[in-house]
Design a protein around this ligand. Structure first.
Ligand code: MF3
Ligand code: CO
Ligand code: CO
Length: 253
């Protein structure tokens, strides 16, 4: 990750808007498939097909050797779960689907956590709190606020609920490059870290755990799970800092 934070031009932000909208539409497209009995490979294959049909490329496929087109992270998987034909979703599971289509060279990076059938009260609260963490963090973004403000809000949203904030994975600058400066930790202190400036484009993607924040990586080299095997949820948007505040680039219409 480079140190210099690139500011995107109006033209580039329009490109990011198009890629971001496509990413959101891809999640919308997959949503009705998320039911008991579907495999994570079926979700992957539909995502790949849809992405190609829309003139885009799946950024994860082959990224540092990642073998599939999307990440599918079920229950205690924190992130970077690999779609698999043997992994059949069942009633009560939660699954994060993380997509990143590249459209005309620009990346739209977004994820949501879905319920498979009816969630337990705990799973429901975890997922709802995680989405709230993301949306509250986005609300604080404007020129002059600081990267530390983002993490502080997320901690303040998650921790009073008894949940924890994952440390090992962060949000990131994104444009023609998938992962670049700045890093956006989901924990932090108000008033600390670099000042945000108009034209910065990055993701916020909090992973919130039911138990410990500690994660371990499986032998496949990708799948991150919670150390205590308790649940983990995540939501992600790609956002742009504007002259007056913030624009979410990964909203569907
Ligand atoms: N989309 C993920 C993120 O939010 C990155 C996935 S990289 C992969 O940053 F290689 F695991 F696909
Ligand atoms: Co991301
Ligand atoms: Co992502």
């Amino acid at each position: 990750m480079g140190e210099t934070i690139t500011l995107l031009s109006k033209r580039e932000i329009e490109k990011m808007r198009q890629a971001g909208r496509l990413a959101a539409q891809l999640l919308d497209h997959l949503t009705p498939m998320v039911k008991p009995g579907v495999t994570t490979l079926e979700l992957n294959d539909e995502a790949e097909k849809w992405t190609q049909a829309h003139g885009a490329i799946s950024a994860p496929l082959g990224y540092h050797g990642f073998p599939k087109s999307i990440c599918t992270s079920v229950n205690h998987v924190v992130c970077h779960g690999i779609p698999n034909a043997k992994q059949i979703l069942k009633e009560g599971d939660i699954i994060n689907i993380d997509v990143t289509p590249i459209l005309d060279s620009y990346h739209g990076d977004t994820s949501r956590t879905f319920f498979v059938g009816t969630p337990s009260p705990l799973a429901k609260r975890l997922v709802e709190v995680t989405e709230k963490c993301l949306m509250e963090a986005i609300k604080t973004v404007k020129p002059g606020s600081r990267i530390g403000d983002i993490g502080a809000i997320i901690q303040e949203c998650a921790e009073p609920q008894g949940f924890s904030v994952v440390r090992d994975f962060v949000g990131h600058g994104v444009s023609k490059v998938f992962h670049t400066a700045p890093q956006i930790p989901h924990y932090g202190k108000r008033g600390k870290g670099k000042k945000l400036r108009s034209g910065m484009v990055f993701t916020i993607e909090p992973m919130i755990n039911e138990g410990t924040w500690e994660a371990v990586i499986l032998k496949d080299g990708w799948t991150a799970i919670t150390k205590d095997r308790k649940l983990s949820a995540q939501f992600e948007h790609t956002i742009a800092v504007t002259e007056t505040g913030v624009e979410i680039l990964t909203l569907s219409d």
